[in-house]
Design a protein around this ligand. Structure first.
Ligand code: ATR
Length: 281
């Protein structure tokens, strides 16, 4: 008799449109790992009980998405240094001693998509991160590990940007500002970590912020290009990317943490990209 596959899941609310079950299903097929991976709608107030029930029932690992990442950070028995700093956890893994490890693979997923998939060299670059919420906090550490010349966090509510900059300053040259301070500045990479794309809005960005070879990256993604991706194209960005690549890369990092096997991400990104282009008509 063959053993039942190891069980994994993503918890979130809403969860119906999550691509994670599909991505992990493709990884499992590609690497011949016997796992199952499902999506489960979990409200914040049910979160702790749902996690403990999942692991008590033999589950091996979880991803946590909106709005549960901060709760996952609180719940984890132990956290990696990068998860500790980011105050958000998107991956939980059951340790041999029964304790729960919390990791955040969002930032390393973003860096992998930028540097490996698009060969964007971040060493010595000038980076602008727009937004100072949880999404921004999850990426600042891994970006600073790439040794940029500078990383500026701009936010509508400036003190939130200043708070994050203060917390991460010991990792590298990070500072904060308001949108009115951007005029006349130039960046090699502009990352949208605000929630604006979800409502088809755009942060108040002046024209001409990008260097000649500068690129734009929106952490959000959709079947059609986001407002920020369209803005990047208008600004003649070398690349104007959305977060599909990051989504697949953060999943690959979680898969690696759980299984010790690194899936190939390129074919999965290409497949999901082709599927969404078809569905966008
Ligand atoms: P998340 O955890 O997804 O980052 P969040 O903590 O609510 O969500 O943060 C949302 C971010 O989008 C914030 O940086 C927010 O700016 P404020 O801190 O000033 O609220 C930013 N944001 C949302 N709508 C915006 C808009 N219309 N223009 C500029 N920034 C916006």
């Amino acid at each position: 008799m063959t053993a039942a596959p190891d069980r994994y899941a993503v918890f979130g609310q809403p969860i119906a449109h999550s691509k994670s079950p599909r991505i992990h299903g493709l990884f499992a097929e590609q690497t011949a790992q016997a796992i199952s991976y499902t999506g489960q709608e979990v409200a914040p107030e049910q979160f702790a009980d749902a996690v403990h029930a999942f692991f008590a029932d033999g589950g091996k690992g979880l991803n946590c998405t909106v709005p549960l990442k901060e709760l996952a950070w609180q719940l984890a028995d132990r956290k990696t240094p990068r998860a500790e700093l980011s105050r958000a956890v998107n991956t939980l893994a059951l340790e041999k001693d029964g304790s729960i490890l919390g990791e955040n693979t969002d930032g390393i997923g973003l860096v992998a998509d930028l540097t490996r998939n698009h060969e964007i060299d971040l060493v010595g670059s000038r980076i602008l991160v727009i937004g100072a919420g949880g999404a921004s906090r999850g990426i600042i550490g891994p970006l600073l590990e790439q040794s940029p010349e500078s990383l500026v966090i701009v936010n509508r509510t400036v003190f939130r940007a200043r708070q994050i900059a203060d917390e991460f300053r010991r990792l590298g040259p990070v500072s904060s500002c308001g949108f009115e301070d951007l005029r006349g500045q130039h960046y090699d990479l502009i990352i949208n970590a605000t929630s604006t794309s979800l409502s088809n809005q755009l942060p108040p960005l002046p024209d001409g912020l990008l260097t000649d070879t500068g690129s734009c990256y929106d952490l959000a993604y959709g079947n059609a290009p986001t407002t920020f991706v369209l803005w990047g194209r208008e600004q003649h960005a070398r690349y104007s990317l959305d977060g599909l690549g990051m989504l697949v890369e953060q999943a690959a990092e979680a898969f690696y943490l759980w299984r010790g096997v690194r899936p190939e991400t390129r074919p999965v990104i290409d497949l999901l990209d082709a599927e969404r282009k078809n569905s966008a008509g």
